[in-house]
Design a protein around this ligand. Structure first.
Ligand code: GLU
Length: 192
């Protein structure tokens, strides 16, 4: 059996994890890594493929811009940090894609936006319009209004939902975690 190649896919969702995108010591975006990734995105886009980015990093970037101490943030702190970080994150994606002549549209969704039919259809048609216009949607959870009980919390999950919602034929999860675990490996030593 031959392995599928990127060329075989038409609509591709790429999830970018915070750990890859943000250098946590410097509190900055890893510019060289991002620029290499965007070269690939631009090449796929040029071939006529639809590329959607699900990007994490709002809380991590906000935390660094606000110079918040290490440790767990309270809900309202992470929401406020996300407000600061998301605006920066959107600017960065918009700039790196614009350097390749590609337009960007920011989509922030909540869990409810993808669970309730009318809102789901609405988000889907907005994303569809961006793709039709050849803009790259950059998607994240709307962390400023998401509460602990009702949120994705994890962009792997959000990216999977975006992939089904948009009938993507490939979902790529770029992460610092080696594959699929039975539990979060950082938090659970028994994770396999
Ligand atoms: N939405 C969160 C953020 O942008 C990230 C969630 C995740 O890392 O999976 O900071």
């Amino acid at each position: 059996m031959s392995h599928p190649r990127l060329n075989d896919f038409r609509r591709i969702v790429v999830k970018v994890g915070s750990a890859l995108l943000i250098d946590s010591t410097a509190g900055e975006v890893k510019a060289a890594w991002l620029s290499a990734l965007v070269d690939d995105v631009a090449a796929l886009h040029k071939q006529g493929k639809d590329v959607l980015i699900v990007s994490s990093g709002s809380i991590a970037l906000g935390r660094s811009r606000l110079k918040l101490p290490r440790g767990t943030l309270k809900l309202e702190e992470s929401q406020a940090a996300a407000a600061v970080g998301q605006i920066e994150l959107a600017r960065i994606w918009s700039e790196v894609l614009a350097a390749h002549g590609i337009g960007t549209g920011q989509i922030l969704v909540t869990l409810q936006d993808t669970e309730e039919r009318r809102r789901y259809l609405n988000a889907r048609s907005t994303i569809g319009k961006l793709l039709e216009w050849r803009a790259v949607p950059v998607i994240n959870e709307n962390d400023t209004v998401a509460t602990n009980e009702i949120r994705y919390g994890d962009n792997d999950r959000l990216a999977a939902r975006v992939a089904t919602m948009t009938s993507a034929d490939l979902l790529i999860l770029l992460s610092d975690i080696d594959g699929l675990y039975t539990a979060p490996p950082g938090a659970n030593p028994n994770a396999r």
